[in-house]
Design a protein around this ligand. Structure first.
Ligand code: GLY
Length: 570
C-alpha cells in the first residue's frame, strides 16, 4: 500500500513542513466564519490549521481524498474534542467522473459486548458507564477508514498526507480562546479518568495562544505512516490500547482491533426540487432522515412564504416531528438488521405523513405514531467538506461522540478513545420514560455498529456538483443539514449566509421547538405559541461547514461562525 519517496525528497519536505508550521504556530491565530470564493479547490473544517493542511495538500497536487486524509489526521491533533484517530466516521465521495460512494468507518461493539452491559442487576441503566472511560469505547474505525479511502482513491503518497499532522503534533500549535476555555472546563474529567496524566492536563489553566505539543500522538501517527493499518490495529499501538483497557476495566481486545474493517456502502440517493441528494446510508439514520424531510416539504411553496416566516416554520417543525418519530424505530446496523429503506425514502409515504397537518395549530407529538425513542445523543462531532481542482468532492463527518469522547487517553499513545457505545440503545425492548419501547434494531451486539445521525451529504444540480455539506450536533445534525439545504435552494442564500443563519430544531420528543438566539422573529414566535407550540431557546445548534459551486464553477466556502471554523482555498 505504501508509496515510498527517496530520503532526500522526504528531508526537504520535512524541513518545509517544519518551517510552515513554525510560521503558523508563531503568527497565525484564526479569524472565523469568513465567506470566501475560490477557483481551484477549497477545504472547510472546524480548525484553521486543519483547513490550511488540507489546502497545502491540494496545492501539492493532492486530490480531495488526499486532502481529506490529511485533514482527518490534522483534526486529531488540533481539535481533540472530536477530531480523532480513536473514533470513527462516515465519508461520502463524489468523484468528478464515476459513481458516488460512501465509506462507513463507524466504530463497532467489541466481541465481549452484550445488550445488558450498561444495566445494573435491577435492569436500570448506569449512565456513566456508557459515557466515561474504557467500557464506553467502541473499536475505533478512523484509521482503517483513512487507509481504505487513500488506497482506493489517493494520488499522493500515504507518507506525504500524514506528514503535516505529525509535524503539527511534534512542533505544536497555538490554541484558540474557545479551545482554552474547553480544555479548562474538562480538566477535572481528564484527571479523574487518566490517573497517570494526560496530554491535555496541566497545573495552570490553559489560555489563548498557549502552544499544545503532543509528542506521543506524533509517535502514534508516525507508526501509522510507516505501517498503514498495522501501525494502529496490531503491534505497539494495539498493545497500548489493550493495556489501557486492562488497566481501566475495558473490553476491547487485540482480536477486536485486528478484525476491524471499514465498509464501502452504496449511498442513499433522493431528489429535491430537481437536485440530486447523495448521503450516508445506515448505520447512520442521517441520509434517510434528511431525504424524508426534504420529500415531506417538497410540495409546499417555501420560497414564496420566505425564510423563517410563520408557515415556513410550522411546516418545517411538523415535518421534523414526523420524521424523528419514524427514524429510530427501524434503523440500525444493516449488517445485523433488515432496514426498510425503500419505504422510509418513499415520496408518497413522506407526503402522506403530513396529510393531517394543520397550519392553525400544533400536532401534539402524542398523536404522531411511532415506535422507539433514539438515545439522547451527544453533540460534539466534527464535519469537513473538500472540493479539489478536478471537481472531486468529499464530505466527512467524524466523531468521538461526546466532547473528548470517553475522556480516556490510550496511555503512552497520546490519543483519546471514543464513547460511541452510548449511541446504542442501552436498554432495548423496555418501555422508557415516555412509555415507548426502545429501539431493538439498535441494541448492542458484538461486532455491531451503533446507529448515528451523522449526515455528510453532497448535492448535484443537472448532473454537476452543487453543494457539499454536513455538521456536528447529535440529533440536531439532520435538521441543521436540512435547513442549510433549504436556505440555499428555497431561500437563495449565499452559502455563508445559509451556514450562519440561526437554526431551530424539533425531534418529536421532547415536544418542543428548540431555537438558537435570533432564530424565528418575535412576532412569528408569538403566533406559534398561540397555536400550541412550546418554544425553548438554547445554545448553538450545529456547526455547518459547506461548499457551494456557483454557475461559473467558482467554489464558495461557508465556515460556521459558531466555532473556529475556516474555509481555505485557492
Ligand atoms: N455520535 C453522534 C452520532 O453518531 O450521531
Amino acid at each position: 500500500m505504501m508509496h515510498h519517496k527517496t530520503l532526500s525528497v522526504m528531508a526537504i519536505k520535512k524541513s518545509f513542513y517544519i518551517a510552515f508550521y513554525f510560521i503558523l504556530a508563531t503568527f497565525w491565530l484564526p479569524a472565523a466564519g469568513q465567506s470566501t470564493h475560490f477557483k481551484h479547490g477549497v477545504v472547510v473544517s472546524a480548525h484553521p490549521e486543519a483547513s490550511a493542511i488540507g489546502l497545502e495538500i491540494l496545492k501539492a497536487g493532492g486530490n480531495a481524498i488526499d486532502a481529506a486524509v490529511a485533514v482527518q489526521f490534522a483534526l486529531s491533533v488540533v481539535y481533540p474534542n472530536a477530531g480523532n484517530i480513536g473514533g470513527g466516521g462516515f465519508l461520502v465521495y463524489r468523484p468528478a467522473h464515476g459513481t458516488p460512494v460512501t465509506l462507513d468507518y463507524r466504530e463497532k461493539a467489541p466481541a465481549r459486548a452484550s445488550s445488558d452491559m450498561f444495566l445494573d442487576p435491577a435492569g436500570i441503566p448506569i449512565t456513566q458507564l456508557s459515557l466515561d472511560g474504557a467500557l464506553a469505547a467502541g473499536v475505533p474505525g478512523s484509521v482503517d477508514g483513512m487507509v481504505q479511502a487513500h488506497k482506493r482513491y489517493g494520488n499522493l503518497s500515504w507518507r506525504q498526507v500524514l506528514e503535516p499532522a505529525i509535524q503539527l503534533a511534534k512542533i505544536g500549535f497555538r490554541i484558540t480562546e474557545k479551545q482554552a476555555n474547553e480544555l479548562n472546563h474538562f480538566q477535572e474529567r481528564f484527571i479523574a479518568l487518566n490517573p497517570g496524566g494526560s496530554p491535555l492536563t496541566r497545573q495552570v489553566p490553559w489560555k489563548k495562544g498557549d502552544t499544545l505539543r503532543q509528542e506521543a500522538l506524533a509517535h502514534t501517527i508516525s507508526l501509522i505512516q510507516d505501517k498503514g493499518r498495522n501501525g494502529f490495529y496490531v503491534g505497539e499501538t494495539a498493545q497500548k490500547i489493550v493495556a489501557t483497557m486492562q488497566q481501566a476495566k475495558g473490553i476491547i481486545s487485540l482480536e477486536d482491533l485486528k478484525n476491524y474493517h471499514a465498509q464501502w456502502r452504496k449511498p442513499v440517493i433522493g431528489t429535491y426540487r430537481g437536485y440530486k441528494v447523495i448521503s450516508m446510508p445506515p448505520p447512520s439514520s442521517g441520509g434517510a432522515a434528511l431525504i424524508a424531510l426534504l420529500k415531506s416539504v417538497e410540495a409546499y411553496a417555501l420560497s414564496r412564504w420566505g425564510f423563517q416566516q410563520d408557515s415556513t416554520v410550522r411546516l418545517i417543525v411538523e415535518a421534523e416531528r414526523r420524521v424523528y418519530a419514524d427514524r429510530a424505530t427501524h434503523l440500525g446496523d444493516p449488517d445485523f438488521v433488515k432496514v426498510p429503506l425503500n419505504q422510509l425514502l418513499d415520496s408518497a409515504y413522506n407526503a402522506g405523513r403530513l396529510a393531517g397537518f394543520s397550519f392553525e395549530k400544533a400536532s401534539p407529538s402524542s398523536t404522531i405514531s411511532a415506535g422507539a425513542i433514539a438515545p439522547v445523543e451527544k453533540e460534539q462531532t466534527t464535519h469537513f467538506s473538500i472540493v479539489d481542482k478536478d471537481g472531486n468532492a468529499v464530505s466527512i463527518t467524524t466523531t468521538l461522540n461526546g466532547s473528548y469522547g470517553s475522556g480516556l487517553f490510550v496511555a503512552g499513545a497520546g490519543f483519546l478513545l471514543n464513547n460511541e457505545m452510548d449511541d446504542f440503545s442501552v436498554k432495548p425492548g423496555s418501555p422508557n420514560m415516555y412509555g415507548l419501547v426502545g429501539g431493538t434494531a439498535n441494541a448492542i451486539e458484538p461486532g455491531k455498529r451503533m446507529l448515528s445521525s451523522m449526515t455528510p451529504t453532497i448535492l448535484e444540480k443537472e448532473g454537476k456538483l452543487y453543494l457539499v455539506v454536513g455538521t456536528p450536533g447529535g440529533s440536531t445534525i439532520i435538521t441543521s443539514v436540512f435547513q442549510t439545504i433549504l436556505n440555499v435552494i428555497d431561500f437563495g442564500q449565499p452559502i455563508q449566509e445559509a451556514v450562519s443563519a440561526p437554526r431551530f430544531h424539533h425531534q418529536w420528543l421532547p415536544d418542543e421547538v428548540m431555537t438558537e438566539k435570533g432564530a424565528i422573529a418575535a412576532d412569528v414566535r408569538k403566533k406559534l405559541q398561540a397555536s400550541g407550540y412550546v418554544i425553548k431557546e438554547r445554545g448553538s445548534i450545529g456547526r455547518v461547514d459547506a461548499i457551494l459551486v456557483l454557475k461559473d464553477g467558482i467554489l464558495q466556502g461557508g465556515a460556521d461562525p459558531r466555532g473556529d471554523d475556516k474555509a481555505s482555498g485557492y
